[in-house]
Design a binder for this molecule. Structure first.
Ligand SMILES: Cc1ncc(COP(=O)(O)O)c(C=O)c1O
Length: 383
């Protein structure tokens, strides 16, 4: 029997994520379309995104924040290509996106003095083994395994290397130790449910020093260049973007940030996300077939919640069949318009991935759980 209640919004994708509750295209009616982003009004909009982001996130006053091209990937690669090579590098990975940074550091940049710390899906590498005399590259939340770093205690206050953190599915949902993070990157399309294509880059004074003192032994395309003549291009950090942003996306980002402020700021978005995780954990506790992919409760992500299928029947199937079954569950939920985009990431173990960031309502998750059981039972019965 199909459950009676349905989620009001079936949007559980891990990016682009659900828009904020109450969002409609009308929020874009004041967008500065058809105008230059370098006009006084355009710059004011860009500055508003930067200033509200700083305020909401609690970015330290001496860290600079910029809007950059090519989303989170652009922001990360800009930092890697501009800053790495001055010291040895430690790069950490425990799922697909971290593995991409390993590939950048080792295969693309061909940094010889680099060491990768790689853990399997569900685990974290040994954080205490990391050498902070080196530059350290890592994601805060592994979006495709649902494993997050629990806190910043493993990062020393005084360290010789830089910490370069891809925090795209963590900001606005998890507490970050900002003074210990020399580079932080994120995008608008994740926890705030904004639009894709634009990246955010925050850099500490030590990162600025690196940029000004170190000349990378490689050509840099224009969209990666943060310095000119050995000096930081300050304009990039005061709303003079490197190239042209979409003013529709900018307006949407302003709306999302205003929404966060209207409901109580970062504490409240964090609380919403943690409460969503708690409600999923309560359901998993009761479930006869689902379990967390994250092996340790303290590393369970409160945004990209990754579940595996623990049923012995499923565990006994061939790997190809497991993938097909997991895909069919996600497909059934999609066909019923109950949950969109909840299949696990293509490189991750078969299962489900449910976004639980602040723009998702707990009541929608609670309406989803009986449907998960229904879809699983249907697929297991071969229907
Ligand atoms: C941890 C992480 N890094 C990088 C990316 C890539 O982000 P974008 O497509 O916004 O560049 C994602 C997207 O899901 C992600 O979750």
């Amino acid at each position: 029997m199909k459950p009676k209640q349905r989620p009001k919004r079936p949007h559980f994708s891990s990016g682009p994520c659900a828009k904020r509750p109450g969002w409609s295209p009308a929020v874009l009616s004041h967008a500065l379309v058809g105008r230059s982003h370098r006009s006084k009004a355009g710059r004011a909009k860009l500055r508003e995104v930067v200033e509200r982001s700083r305020r909401v996130l609690g970015v330290p006053d001496d860290h600079r924040v910029a809007i950059v091209p090519a989303s989170d990937t652009g922001a990360m690669e800009m930092a890697l290509w501009s800053m790495l090579g001055a010291r040895a590098v430690e790069v950490l990975a425990w799922e697909s996106f971290g593995s991409q940074w390993v590939d950048d550091v080792i295969a693309q940049l061909e940094l010889h003095n680099a060491r990768a710390w790689v853990a399997d899906y569900g685990e974290l590498p040994d954080l205490d083994a990391v050498d902070f005399d080196s530059d350290v590259v890592f994601t805060w939340n592994g979006t495709t395994s649902g494993v997050r770093i629990p806190d910043g205690d493993w990062i020393p206050e005084d360290r010789a290397g830089l910490t370069i953190c891809d925090a795209t599915s963590a900001v606005f949902a998890m507490e970050l130790p900002w003074p210990k993070l020399d580079v932080v990157t994120w995008s608008w399309q994740k926890v705030l449910g904004g639009e894709a294509g634009h990246g955010m880059l925050s850099i500490s004074p030590r990162a600025v020093e690196r940029l000004e003192k170190f000349e990378p032994p490689r050509p840099l395309p224009k969209i990666f260049r943060l310095t000119k003549g050995g000096r930081l291009i300050e304009g990039i950090f005061s709303a003079d973007t490197i190239n042209t942003p979409s003013m529709l996306c900018v307006e949407d980002a302003i709306d999302a940030l205003r929404w966060v402020e209207s409901i109580g700021g970062r504490d409240e978005v964090r609380r919403r996300s943690e409460a969503n995780l708690e409600s999923i954990a309560d359901w998993v506790d009761r479930s006869a077939w689902a379990s967390f992919l994250a092996s340790q409760p303290e590393t369970r992500s409160c945004t990209s919640v990754c579940l595996q299928i623990a049923d012995p029947w499923f565990r006994g199937l061939e790997p190809g069949e497991q993938v097909a079954i997991a895909n069919r569950i996600a497909q059934k939920l999609d066909e019923e318009a109950i949950a969109f985009d909840v299949g696990s990431y293509r490189d991750a173990p078969p299962g489900l991935r449910i976004w639980a960031g602040a723009t998702v309502e707990r009541s929608d998750l609670e309406a989803l759980f009986p449907w998960l059981d229904w879809a699983y039972a249907e697929v297991k019965a071969g229907r």
